[in-house]
Design a protein around this ligand. Structure first.
Ligand SMILES: Cc1ncc(COP(=O)(O)O)c(C=O)c1O
Length: 468
């Protein structure tokens, strides 16, 4: 029996046991390269080739979980809160989240609209599984968080339609007209995924744009997976605007949120959704079928992040006020680092064109002109940003992610995460990146807008502006 195997098996020379055929749709399953690339980063790190790897590839938070949150988990464990928990989240925990959502989204959310999940990610798969049958269509921005496209293609038999970013005039924008055209040209669209602040660009989708999408929901009727997992990491005094806040959209929205990014809790695996009750009922059935429940002591932790919790006679006080100054300081630091990285790249325009750091902890500068440099193309023989990103790691000790790993709309771009520590990675790393690009420009016989010997001073000025 011979069947086409997915690339991820072929690459590792792994072949299903004799006589066994696997699901052919597995060839459509993608991945989040941040994890695979992390293995390569560790290998290069261990090889000792560089005194240090500058880490701009991570999707993890730089800051660690605030201590008051850890203290609740320790107490809950000491209280032996270790049995099965509620499959959708204890009512009081859901009530606390509902209250916070009601206050921050300006609409009434009931605990029945809330469900705890083991991370933000499960909601992506569940939304698709609940709505999409083979042949139906899922739409997501390109570039976008890669799991939408990966699972979208897997469950729909390759019917994920990218809503491409427009790159006209050096600009960088998702146009609602382009999305509308997709709707006009396709039947069977079941789900749109919208993420703001966005991974990988750090872009924020404003009220206007979301309201225009809502008009299309009314006309064409489809569900929106609104992923605002970075909702508090938003810059320049912008207010996060929720799709749920648009009249009528509550019935059409599955709002994915969680604890990973806002509270620096990526490894705890905790997230939640806000959705219509019928969605919660379906997801609840999925939960029971897939993983039973979120870890019981984690449910208590989740609840105390928004309010008091009492379970089995044990009381756990809200940590909301205690963690506020800690997480707010983290958000300020992200903003400073974002502006710093953006302004460093501006020194290399037009070779590198950064977008504006608006939120999350990512920047997505355009590297097309660097890729066109004769030295890069002919001497280094790097054909695209994927090869360039790998070269940056293996030859220069800088870890980044290639734009195409976020969909074809990311071709020619590189994602720089600035989640890591400012002194150890971001400041020295940016100096190193700028010097590297200048070298490539000069070796190609072109004139760089900045000289290598100017880098330390010019970056120092930007450093003073944002950090001192
Ligand atoms: C946009 C976006 N959505 C969802 C997730 C998944 O979050 P979690 O780690 O809580 O599953 C991530 C993680 O990187 C993300 O960037």
């Amino acid at each position: 029996m011979s069947q086409e195997l997915p690339k991820f098996l072929k690459e590792k020379n792994l072949i299903p046991s004799e006589g066994i055929e696997i699901n052919p749709d597995l060839v459509l399953l993608g991945t989040e390269t941040a994890f695979d690339f992390g293995v390569l980063v560790s290998e290069v790190e261990k090889s000792g080739k560089f005194p240090q790897i500058f880490k701009f590839h991570v999707g993890d938070t730089g800051p660690k979980t605030p201590q008051p949150i850890i203290d609740v988990a320790i107490k809950a464990l000491q209280d032996k809160q270790t049995k099965y928990g509620h499959f959708a989240g204890y009512p009081q925990v859901r009530e606390n989240i509902a209250k916070h959502w009601t206050e921050t989204r300006g609409i009434e959310i009931k605990k029945e609209n809330v469900m705890l999940q083991p991370g933000g990610k499960p909601a992506i798969e569940m939304a698709i599984q609940a709505l999409v049958k083979p042949g139906d269509k899922v739409i997501g921005t390109s570039p976008g968080y890669p799991i939408y496209e990966s699972l979208g293609r897997f469950y729909s038999q390759d019917n994920f339609i990218p809503w491409f970013v427009r790159k006209d005039d050096g600009g960088f924008e998702f146009k609602v007209e382009d999305f509308e055209k997709i709707l006009e040209e396709n039947t069977g669209v079941k789900l749109l995924v919208v993420n703001t602040p966005q991974n990988p660009t750090g872009m924020v989708f404003g009220k206007d744009m979301l309201e225009r999408i809502a008009q299309l929901v009314k006309k064409y009727k489809f569900m929106v997976l609104f992923d605002d997992i970075y909702d508090r990491i938003i810059f320049d005094g912008r207010e996060h605007f929720s799709f749920l806040s648009i009249p009528g959209m509550q019935d059409y929205t599955i709002n994915l949120n969680g604890f990973s990014k806002n509270f620096a809790m990526t490894g705890w695996r905790m997230g939640f959704i806000i959705a219509p009750e019928w969605v919660i009922e379906i997801f609840g059935k999925f939960a029971i079928n897939k993983y039973t429940c979120v870890t019981r002591f984690n449910q208590i932790v989740a609840g105390t992040i928004f309010g008091d919790v009492e379970l089995d006679g044990f009381k756990y006080e809200s940590v909301a006020e205690k963690i506020k100054p800690i997480i707010e300081a983290d958000f300020v630091e992200y903003e400073k680092k974002g502006k710093f990285v953006e302004n460093c790249f501006k020194l290399l325009q037009p070779y590198v064109v950064p977008n504006e750091a608006q939120g999350a902890f990512y920047l997505f500068p355009n590297f097309e002109k660097v890729l066109e440099l004769s030295y890069v193309k002919n001497d280094l023989n790097l054909k695209n940003e994927k090869e360039f990103s790998k070269w940056l790691l293996t030859d220069r000790g800088v870890a980044t992610l290639a734009g195409r790993d976020f969909g074809d709309g990311g071709i020619g771009y590189i994602r720089f995460s600035y989640a890591e520590d400012r002194e150890k990675h971001i400041i020295p790393g940016m100096k190193h990146v700028l010097k590297t690009v200048i070298e490539l420009i000069e070796k190609s016989g072109e004139t760089s807008p900045l000289k290598v010997e100017e880098v330390d001073d010019r970056v120092g000025e930007i450093e003073k502006k944002y950090f001192i």
